[in-house]
Design a protein around this ligand. Structure first.
Ligand SMILES: NC(=O)c1ccc[n+]([C@@H]2O[C@H](COP(=O)([O-])OP(=O)(O)OC[C@H]3O[C@@H](n4cnc5c(N)ncnc54)[C@H](OP(=O)(O)O)[C@@H]3O)[C@@H](O)[C@H]2O)c1
Length: 345
């Protein structure tokens, strides 16, 4: 079926311990295309999603999922096309969401692949605004944050895969929205295209300087902090919490290169007490029961032009390591993807 096709794939070669990821942490190799067994499908990867959580999978530090082993294919969600099916559940030509990893082909149980009905939406959106990052924005903001009209919402990594959706939903809920981002063009995109009320370029500023900027923009305090990053922005937000503020811990990318050492710093116990505030960790997989509702609402907003979404596309599976490292360093402009192959037909 696949003729002389070969499977180029990206393996984990070395763990980056307490340091930045390097291209030499990965090994690119070409192997035979796998044979699907009974009940499995052979999938051809069309789109691969690159996400910050994959940095955690490269570390042996304890987390909510087990690490990728040395020599294993890097984990990752894909939009893939069924090439061969040995299951009645899927047919060749079906397009599915799957965890096929950083490779061109994968054989997986059909039950682990979800058929996509794109309904006119770009397939890549199912890894972004209509996929895991979009659902993170929707469920964390609406489910945990519970924004009310007129409240002030702060969103870090505001121009990224999650942040751009979270901020636009907060605007749709009638909130004042402030973003933080790490480059002048990102700040302009967040304000001028996404319609946030303000955006702060946080680069090169400590928590005190950021806190002063936030205090000027939000004199009554931050009602909801959608924390994608941790670090100095987190401390600046905590210092500016409003009474009954909610802090949603969604990500901590500022410390992903030092997961093996304890994260110590200012303790915010008293601030939480004084402001009767709440801080809650969020994991998108705990919100699977809301997937249909999320896809329905966000598809509707996209169709109505109420939500815009930017994607950053690298070409070919071999480009994945460089694009991943770039994304961790903030080089991405929107949701980072790899276009691995075109859809047949
Ligand atoms: N809990 C969950 O279920 C869940 C689900 C999805 C994502 N997340 C988390 O959400 C966060 C955003 O993910 P995403 O997919 O939307 O990624 P993204 O924002 O598209 O890309 C990552 C961005 O992080 C920013 N960044 C990198 N280093 C930073 C630092 N030291 N301090 C502050 N910002 C830094 C960069 O933007 P700047 O140029 O603005 O610095 C970079 O572009 C990540 O922490 C991720 O792990 C959590």
């Amino acid at each position: 079926m696949t003729g002389a096709a070969r499977n180029t794939r990206v393996l984990l070669a070395e763990r980056p311990l307490n340091r930045r990821v390097r291209e030499s942490d990965f090994k690119i190799e070409t192997a035979a295309v796998p044979e699907p067994r009974e009940g499995e499908v052979l999938l051809k990867t069309l789109w691969l999603s690159l996400d910050p959580y994959m940095r955690g999978r490269m570390s042996p530090a304890r987390s909510y999922a087990k690490p990728v082993e040395i020599g294993e294919v890097m984990t990752g969600e894909t939009v893939s096309e069924v090439v061969v099916s040995r299951s009645p559940a899927l047919e060749p030509g079906d397009v599915v969401l799957a965890r096929a990893g950083w490779q061109e082909y994968a054989a997986l149980p059909a039950a682990e692949a979800e058929r996509i009905d794109p309904q006119g939406m770009p397939l890549s959106y199912f890894l972004g605004v209509l996929g895991m990052p979009g659902q993170t924005a929707y469920c964390a903001l609406l489910g945990v944050g519970q924004p009310k009209p007129g409240e002030t919402v702060l969103i870090s990594a505001a121009s990224g895969a999650v942040g751009q959706v979270a901020g636009q939903i907060a605007k749709l809920r009638g909130c004042r929205v402030i973003g933080t981002a790490g480059a002048a063009d990102k700040v302009a995109y967040v304000k001028d295209v996404l319609g946030f009320d303000h955006c702060i370029d946080y680069k090169g500023k400590d928590a005190e300087a950021l806190g002063a900027e936030l205090a000027a923009l939000a004199p009554k305090g931050i009602d909801i902090y959608f924390d994608n990053v941790g670090g100095a922005v987190h401390d600046a937000a905590m210092a500016n919490l409003a009474l009954h503020g909610r802090v949603i811990i969604v990500g901590a990318i500022a410390i992903y290169d030092r997961l093996e050492t304890p994260d110590t710093g200012i303790r915010w116990n008293r601030q939480l007490l004084v402001k009767r505030a709440r801080m809650e960790g969020f994991l998108v997989w705990d919100w699977r029961h809301q997937t249909q509702e999320f896809r329905r609402d966000v598809s509707q907003w996209l169709r109505e032009g109420k939500i815009r979404y930017k994607q950053d596309v690298a070409e070919g599976i071999a480009a994945a390591p460089r694009a991943f490292i770039g994304m961790l360093a903030g080089e991405n402009r929107g949701k980072q993807l790899v276009r691995v192959a075109a859809q047949a037909g």
